[in-house]
Design a protein around this ligand. Structure first.
Ligand code: G6P
Length: 489
């Protein structure tokens, strides 16, 4: 279908995201060591055929001296990455402030910050100004590197102002924007003080993409209700100009997981874990330690399950990998202590001299350890309160080829729309319901497990990250940029 449209010449693509897919560590005045993080987006874009992609984004470190900046630029160039340098003040106001304290919770239905309401309102203006300034800094770097014929793909809630900045500078540029989070109901979205500015800016793009049809629909209703524009099945129309709006559900590079499971090191790890937890069923949670992931709710549901199913108490263990994230934002610090408190209480209550029911780790695991852990898991628990897609659920399924374990999945994760028929769907707020589903998952017949797994596995291995990226890029390529039409006539 759509793939054919990229044949012929290599399409040049500029990918713009807040974060570059690297972690950079300074080794000396003019030397850096870089590690490419092979997350979803990276492997997706590396896998796109006939596309020559470059990344533009923040390297996640503050580099204030010119020698350091030049050295980092050089090092990144080898990885096809181009840095945007943000100073500490901008990072504080734009990234910690507007992005992670305002847009992120709002888009996940947690509302605008409630505490210090007055202080937040006062900060709002300066944080929004910093957000616009930061977006303009990304635009400046794009403009320096843009060549005619390039397509520019902007990512996520950090860069909603970018399409407008880019089009104002060059109306012929082909610009796409994709949101990796949910787009909330217009009733939630319209509480945002800068609601109209952000919508208008996103509409400057030629193609706007979301993970699910629902998010796309919420976005279109926000445009009709707040801006009074017309929503059509194709997108949003403003004075004869159409912005295409559509759903493009992301996936993972499932082959990478399958390959990892064949490595001797991973097999050895699987063996060790199997021995370590012999006689017990393994339940697993893997999340960034973020309030949207519903980690406290998950652990409370597990407690409820232990309460109600005493026979299971010494036969099951919950491994919760909680990866620290955005640790400068106070809300995240509070969440960390809250989770520690609950885990401590439950382990105190149900632990014995030789075993505890919950192993909670505040850290990330390397890729091979993670694959091994997915492979030995009997039941994975994804209880996001809201989640754009949630690829942990996909990764778990990809690693379950032999075990065929059960996925318990929040109906509020985008993934519920694709894995709904294979997973046990739950409302994470309903702790009793989640506890019942844990019991069901642990005692499920192998026929039912296999049937459910087959469904999920087929989906995860056919709707890959590469397909996602190819579809978006070729569709962006096919959109007609109004300004180009006009000059051709
Ligand atoms: C979410 C966002 C991404 C972001 C990631 C990690 O998945 O959609 O844009 O990069 O979280 O968060 P961080 O703030 O560390 O970049």
């Amino acid at each position: 279908g759509r793939r054919g449209t990229l044949k012929g010449m290599k399409q040049r693509l500029l990918v713009v995201a807040n974060r570059l897919p690297v972690s950079a560590v300074r080794r000396g005045e003019d030397s850096w060591s870089l590690e490419i993080s092979a997350g979803g987006l990276v492997s997706a874009l590396l896998g796109v055929k006939d596309v020559d992609a470059k990344w533009i984004g923040w390297a996640g470190v503050n580099v204030s001296d010119e020698v350091g900046q030049r050295a980092l630029k050089r090092a990144l160039a080898e990885k096809r990455c181009i840095p945007v340098f943000l100073d500490e003040e901008i990072v504080h106001q734009y990234y910690n402030g507007y992005c992670n304290n305002i847009l992120w919770p709002l888009f996940h239905y947690l509302g605008l910050p409630q505490e210090d309401r007055l202080a937040t309102t006062r900060n709002f203006e300066s944080q929004f100004n910093a957000y616009k300034r930061a977006n303009q800094m990304f635009a400046d770097v794009v403009n320096q590197h843009y060549q005619e014929g390039d397509v520019v793909w902007c990512h996520d809630y950090h860069l909603m102002f970018l399409p407008k900045c880019l089009k104002e500078h060059n109306s012929k540029m082909k610009v796409g924007w994709f949101l990796h989070t949910p787009f909330p109901s217009s009733e939630i979205y319209r509480t945002l003080p800068s609601r109209s500015d952000l919508l208008r800016s996103v509409l400057a793009a030629d193609l706007v993409g979301f993970h699910t049809y629902d998010y796309a629909r919420h976005f279109v209703s926000a445009c009709t209700r707040i801006l009074g524009l017309e929503g059509t099945p194709e997108g949003v129309e403003d004075q004869g100009r159409l912005t295409r709006v559509a759903a493009f559900p992301i996936g993972i590079d499932s082959d990478r997981f399958k390959r990892a499971l064949d490595l001797p090191a991973v097999k050895k790890h699987v063996q060790e874990l199997t021995q370590r937890f012999a006689g017990r069923k393994v339940m697993l949670g893997v999340d960034r330690l973020d309030m949207i992931k519903g980690i406290p709710q998950k652990i409370l549901a597990f407690e409820k399950f232990l309460e109600e199913s005493p026979d299971w108490r010494d036969k099951v263990v919950l491994l919760q990998i909680a990866v620290p994230t955005r640790t400068d934002v106070p809300e995240y610090q509070k969440l960390t202590s809250q989770v520690h408190e609950i885990v401590g209480r439950i382990n105190g209550r149900f632990g014995t001299l030789t075993a505890v029911p919950i192993h909670h780790l505040d850290r990330s695991l390397d890729f091979h350890a993670l694959c091994a852990l997915y492979a030995v898991t009997d039941v994975a628990l994804v209880t996001s309160l809201r989640d754009g897609m949630n690829l942990v659920s996909y990764e778990f399924v990809a690693c379950q080829g032999s075990k065929k374990g059960v996925l318990i999945l929040s109906e509020f994760a985008g993934a519920a729309q694709s894995l709904g028929a294979g997973a046990l769907l739950v409302n994470p707020w309903n702790i009793t319901e989640v506890a019942k589903n844990i019991e069901h998952a642990l005692s499920m017949t192998s026929e039912e497990r296999e049937k459910r797994h087959r469904h999920n596995y087929a989906h995860v291995t056919t709707h890959t990250a590469q397909d996602w990226a190819e579809t978006f890029v070729s569709e962006l390529n096919d959109t007609i940029v109004e300004a180009q039409l006009r000059t051709r006539q």
